[in-house]
Each structure stands twice: as C-alpha cells, then as structure tokens.
Design a protein around this ligand. Sequence first.
Ligand code: TPP
Ligand code: MG
Length: 1020
Amino acid sequence: MAWFRAASGVARLALRRNLSQAPHHIARTRALPSSTRCFHSTNFRPKAAPVPRPVPLSKLTDSFLDGTSSVYLEELQRAWENDPSSVDESWDNFFRNFVGQAATSPGISGQTIHESMRLLLLVRAYQVNGHMKAQLDPLGLEKREIPEDLDPALYGFTEADLDREFFLGVWRMSGFLSENRPVQTLREILNRLEQAYCGTIGYEYMHIPDREKCNWLREKIETVKPREYSPDRREVLLDRLIWSTQFENFLATKWTAAKRFGLEGGETLIPGMKEMFDRAADMGVESIVIGMSHRGRLNVLGNVVRKPLRQIFSEFSGGTKPVEEGEGLYTGTGDVKYHLGTSYDRPTRGGKRIHLSLVANPSHLEAVDPLVVGKTRAKQYYSNDAERTKNVGVLIHGDGSFAGQGVVYETLHLSALPNYTTGGTIHIVVNNQVAFTTDPKSGRSSQYCTDVAKALNAPIFHVNGDDLEAVVHACELAAGWRQTFHSDVVVDIVCYRRFGHNEIDEPSFTQPKMYQVIRNHPSALEIYQNKLLQSGQISKEDIERIHNKVNSILNEEFIKSKDYVPRRRDWLSAYWAGFKSPEQISRIRNTGVKPEILKRVGQAITTLPENFKPHRALKKIFEQRAKMIETGEGIDWALAEALAFATLIIEGNHVRLSGQDVERGTFSHRHAFVHDQETGEKYCPLDHILMNQNEEMFTVSNSSLSEFAVLGFELGYSMENPNSLVLWEAQFGDFANGAQVIFDQFLSSGESKWLRQTGLAVLLPHGYDGQGPEHSSARLERFLQMSDDNPYVIPEMDPTLRKQIQECNWQVVNVTTPANYFHVLRRQIHRDFRKPLIVMSPKNLLRHKDCKSHLSEFDDLVGHPGFDKQGTRFKRLIKDQNDHKDLEEGINRLILCSGKIYYELDEERKKKDRKDVAICRVEQLCPFPYDLIQRELKRYPNAEIVWCQEEPMNMGAYHYVAPRLHTAMRALGRGTIEDINYVGREPSAATATGFYSVHVQEQTQIIQKAMQQEPVRYPY
Ligand SMILES: Cc1ncc(C[n+]2csc(CCOP(=O)(O)OP(=O)(O)O)c2C)c(N)n1
Ligand SMILES: [Mg+2]
C-alpha cells in the first residue's frame, strides 16, 4: 500500500508521540516554549476549562501538523464540549456538523472525533505538502524525501482502517473538506488525495492567506472526477504538440549547425501557451504582451505569435537586411533572430481574436520582465481597461534565471502597487532542470526555482512537462486565476533539455548521467501519441495525417523563404502612424506656449481647494508659486516642470512620472501632491487642469525601491504610445547604475537593434555640492560614452535639414534654467519622432537665487527673451549673458561649461569683474551643438578656449566634448586639440571626496583657475 510507511521508525515515533497517548498532552504543552512552537499564543490552564484562541483552518500552516496541533484540537474539543460558545464559530460548526453526522450516519458510527480530526490533519498535509510527492520530473532523476506528514500512519491509521467509512466536512471549506461531502472510506479519501495532489501537477497554494482564493483552487484541484479532455479537444492538443515538435525537428534538419536554443524536451510549452491564450480570450482577454528569453523563442514566435514561418526561415538563412525600398528605409544594426520581437492578431479556438506581442529583448536574462509589465499597463491605460481584464502580461522564464536574477523579484514587487499593477502577470517557467552547465543545486538555495513568487502569495503549479494534458490544465488554471483574482500566478513546467545549452554544445561533459537518461527518453509527443492510441480515441492514420499536414506546410514555407523579401520593418504600431524614422526629416517645432494658456494652467496648478489644509510651509510655497505666475517673475525649477506637464496635458498628452519619492521630490521641491494635515487626504493640482480630467492622465507616483524594474517598467510603458511624456527620476543620479542593463541594452541601443522608439525622459540628480562620493555624480561620462554621434564628423546643421537628433541614439542634457527645462521636456513631444532623453538634473539649482526664469521665456511671443530667430525653443547652448556683439575681439577667454558650475563661474566673474571672460553653457551635450559652438567660437576670435567642469577629469563631459570641440574648431581653422584647456578636478577613482572641506577647497580652486588672469594652458 503506497501510502503507508507504518513500519518506518519515524512514523512509529511520531505516532507514539502525538496520538496514541492522549492524556499526556497537558504536561507536554507546558514543556514547550510557546513563542517558538505554537501557532496560537494562549497558554493552557491545566485545571480550568482551556480557552484556546481558535485559528480558522484556512489560516493554519505547516505548524498545524506539529505535536502541539493535535493537543490543541483535543483541548478545543474539550472546551467546545463544556461550552460551545467558547470556541470560534467555525470550530463550533465543525464539531456540531461532525457530531450530527456521526450520530445520524450508521456507517460511521465508529468514527471518533479524534479520528476525524486526524483525518483533517492528513487532508491538510496533502494540501500543504502533496506537491512534494507529485510526479514532476519526467526523467525520474529527482530524489525528494516525501514528508512524513503525508503518511497516514503518522495520524494513527493502519491498513485495517482503509475500508472504514469516515465523514469529512468543514464549514466554509471547498473540495474535500466542504461540508456536503458524503461519507467515504479511508481508501477513497486517500486515493483522491493522491490523485489530486500527487499526480503530475504539484500545487503550492497554502501559503496564500486568503480563504476564498484557496477554496477556489481546492474546488478545481480536489475534483470528484479526474480531469478528462474530450476526443476532439485531444486532437487539437495533439495537433499543437505536433507543430511544436516538428518545428524544432525541421530547423534541426535544415540548419544543423545553427544556434536556435531549441525547445526539445519542453515542447509542451507551445500547446500549453496556446490553450492558456484561448482560455484567456474566452475570459475577456484581448491582448497579451509576452516576454521571454532564448529558450524556445523561435517556436513561440512561429507557432504561438505566428510570425510568418518563411520569415523565420529566411532569417535562419541570413537574409534579414531589407533591400532598398526608397524613402523610410530603417534597418538599424539589427539583432540575432532569437531576440527579435513581433506582434500578431491570433484567432482563438473559441472564435475570437487575441492580439499577441512578443517584446524584443537582449541576452540579459529576465531584463525584459519589467518592460513587459510596463507595456501591459500602458495598454490598459490606452484601452480604458480599468478592470485590467483585457490586457495581460505573460512572462516565460528559465529555471536558472527565474531563481537567480534579482530583477525577477523586483518586477514581482511591482505587481500590487496601485500605479504599477496590471492585474496579474502569468509566469511560465521552462524548467529544464539545468542552466547552461549548472545544476539546480549549484544555482539556487531554494527548493523550487519558483520559490521567489511565494513572497507575492502567487499560486504555483508545478507540472510534469511530459504530461501534455497536465501542462494544458495548469496553463488554463493559471489563466483562470489571473482573470478571477487579478494577481500573479506561476506555472512551472518541469521538463528537460534534450540537447546542449544550444545545439552545438555537448551536455555530457557536465551532466553525463542526466543525458544517459535523456538519450533513451521518449519525447512528450511520443508519449501523448501512445496514450491516445491506447485510449482508442485516435488512429495511427489520424496521427500520420496531422504529421503530413504540418510537414508539408513547413516545407512549403521553407521554399517560399528563399524568395522572401523583407519589407519595411514593422516598427510602427497603430499609435505611431505618421512618426518618422531617422531617414525621414522631422521638422523642428517651437515649444513656446501662448501666454494666456500659461497663465490659466499656472493658476490651476498653484491653487489648492478651499477647505484644504496643507502644511504651513507648503501653503507658503503654493502662494509663492501663484505669485510667480501672476507677476511672471522668478519662476523656479519645480514650477517650470509643472508648467511643462500642465501644458502637455492640455494638449492631450499623457504624462507619467515615477521613481523613488518623486511625489514630493527627493529634495522637497516638487510637491506634486499636497497632503491635508488634518485628514491626510492627498491633492494633486496637476489632476485638475482640464474639466473632468481623467486622474491617470497625469500620474506621479512614488515607486518601490528598485531602479532596474521601475526604469524598465517606465521604458516599456513609454513604448506603447508616443503621445505621452514618460519620465523616471532617480533618487540621486548615482543609483541609476542599479538599472545599468536597461541603459545599456535597451535605452541606448534598443532603437538601433529593434527599431522601437521611445521618448522616455530620465532625470538624474547630478552636481558637486559636497555630499560625498555617492551623491554627487550621475556618471554623465557613461551616458556620453554610449552616445553614437561621430566625434569627427559635423552633420548637417541647417535648421531645415537637420536630423542630428533623429540620427543619434539619445539626447543628453545638463540644463541650467527653469525655462530651458520646460522647453526640453516639451520638445520630447513636439516632434515627429521619439528619442530617449537623459537629463542631468540639478540639486542646489532647485533653490538657487539666480536659477530663475521669467514667464516670458516660456511663451511664444516675438520679441520675448526666449524668442530667437526660429521662435521659442529649447536652447542647446546658452550664450554668454553679457550680451556681446556678434564679434567681440576683446574677450580673452571663452569658458565652455555645462550644468550648475556656470552659476559659480558667473559669480566669480562678477566678483573679479572679468569683463574679458565669456561663459557659454552647453545645455545639450549630446548630440553636440556644433553650429552653436562654432557661432560662439567665431564671436570670440581671440579667446583662449577653456572647458570647465566640476567632475574629475576621467568623468564628466571632458572626454566627450574634447574631440567634438576640436572638430568644430578645426573646421574653422581655430587651433588643435591642445588649444582646449581643461579646468576641473584631477582624475579620480571615486566620483567625489567625502570630506566637505576638501570639496570646498577643490571647488574654489576650479573657479579660481577658470578666472585666473594668466592663461590656463592645461593639460598640455
Ligand atoms: C544576465 C545573464 N547572465 C548570464 C547569461 C548567460 N546565459 C545565457 S543562457 C544561460 C543559462 C540560462 O539558464 P535557464 O534560465 O535555466 O534557461 P535555459 O537555457 O535552461 O532554458 C546563461 C547563464 C545571460 N544570458 N544573461
Ligand atoms: Mg534551464
């Protein structure tokens, strides 16, 4: 009898310890340290009636099964017998039910309450730990100790009890424990427990602290009849598995030496996904965003997303680059075939259509996760999917990466945050029990690779990947869970990898035993075909017919792939119609706003509701802001930003800003939300610019303390629709390196690799004000080093022909005035293309007395200060403010700088009355404003040229600026690279000193040097 291990010493010991000698319980309870072992905190009183604090069954965890539990139940029963009202209602019901049944049912007259309770414990043990006994490993190699609490002997049952009848039933419980269960023999109960929990699906859900959710699952798991699919449905499943299997076989035979990271050993993923999507569509899902890495990606692309097979085959043959097709040709640098994304409208079995998009991704495992979630959230916003039931994210993981990559956890933690939730992501792990050459025991410390998801109370379905129907069932259940409870769920397909990590890798070097087994192991398709043949539901001929059909389509597509000519790449989704590729000129537009609009939105964003009680200091700030709008004077950074957001919103754009503490602002300057000091209520002035404004149209949200996932999320969000300004702000710029993968793999190079544009703006507080090495630098040099504008080539700079930004991978700015910040944000939207924007944002300029703008610099009126020849625009370079003539021969030094050091230089210049020094601010570092630099070089023909920065020489913009500045000079016949004089900190390992006094000394030296009378002549 499989369930019994009665002979085992452990079981006997436990049995003796817990159950057979009931009267010892009181002494034992006293001996136990209550705080460590008990699941309730009440101490038993030895003589008087015990008053234990009841714990509803659904709340009990593993500790339910320890020695104290049975003692507890016995105490509970005694208490109930003395006074039914002394126990919780649910226990009262239980005892009443049980006694009632026992009294009226002759079949179970011999059943004692103790037996019933022990049976409950046993059922509970299966619910909690049944997965430990489930047959999950197709290779049968996994050696797992079966927990002793699954042994009936532990509860005092012997073989003699097998055919005795028992009543099982608990109020408000589904499945076995529902109160309406008929009387069953122990054998029947055990059979059903085994069938429910120890088959080819192992369910982990008892960590979910919600009775309703657990009951929902129990109802689906503890079914009366085993799961059974109709013959028709089985044929569909078979067809889908044949497609999955044949696809890999076909690629293997046609391209024997190509890397494709095949799915062999995990082919049931494809039918699993298809059935999941069908089920999801039946339940109202209209669009699915998929993220996945290499394993099986081509199969998913071809069979699930339905990228044309001929295109996949053509890419295998190396013919990816599109041929000339005239205007709008846009190829980028491209990427390997198993990274590319695509989208498609897929018809479902239920006769619906579902839009599928597979997001392009880099090699970096799991890095795409937050993008998928962000994109899903954006889709929900744009499709008014308030219930979050129409758009779903699905992530497919590897076992090694799911357990190992921190971004998995960071992404999971976004799942229930109000401004990040998507109503649940469905996770599928292709758990082939190996990561490249690494065994699970070297790759993770947790039992399952999915344990990380338990932190989220997500149910986890482990399923044997050889059992197609079980995989399909788990996938359908996951879809059902997502649509019912709107939270994450995990399907862990335990499978194997038939070949090496890729097809040219030898797996037996490192996993010899596993591969001995794999060599002789039948495929999931063979297993399923045999099962169907044995059932008599399908004939050999039927199977052959499907094989032939699939084969002939694959062959046809292969033939067609030879003439396949890729057309213009599908980089535009519907929202992006009319947007320009870098080959197509996008007219440069002005970003000034009509004065009356500025006034109107200015009033709206500086007014608080009448009865609102803001903090005293904030009241003052809002009054000051209102005055700034009224007088037009002294507009500071925060107000300029709010004006940019507000004006974009009234133009119909969506604005979303997220990051750590962005609502108030790390430096307490933004105050996008105001909190009523009495009620705690929040008010967001930017939500009240339009009549009946949708609250989400302007979203500002504090985030979880993650850079990687949150930046990834916003990036995914920004890619859905161009009519949105999406921003991520780092707490300090330094922390952006926690999201380095997003910068390197996506933001700087995504357009080039995958032809997907984004206008994401990244705000990175930067500036040397003595806060130490970790709060001074946003590592400007790294962003500049990743910029792809050629330092030795001046591109077309004529305003009507200029495509400089379009052709560059991103923009890096270090802006010094509120008005210029306003215009650079608005410029992100007021153009026909999208390009990432990296902003070195200020800290001390937020409150600097001179860092103010006049409202007239924001408007579009001719003659106003912001208005130049072309109109009011973002100034890529701010010329010297001393209003020099076009030719100023008396200027001896031209200092070029960027960022807040300008104000320090300007102050010193005033102090020293150095009228012979001009200071120009390079506001946009990348792409380099050659035209404006040359204009200034021409203006000051006799000036010594100085690049001044506060960062160390190996950091900051120096190494980016020097060759470009030289190129600009060279074209004017204005000296060599040696004529670029450096003023700044010496090279350094740390970004800044930790000693404030040293900082002040260094900063002073820089300013002094820049203003010294004698020539700078450094570094040469
Ligand atoms: C972040 C990252 N680190 C390392 C690698 C190199 N690498 C590629 S595949 C792989 C193993 C992945 O194992 P698993 O997640 O189990 O997926 P499988 O290949 O087994 O399907 C590794 C380490 C990578 N692609 N990304
Ligand atoms: Mg793996």
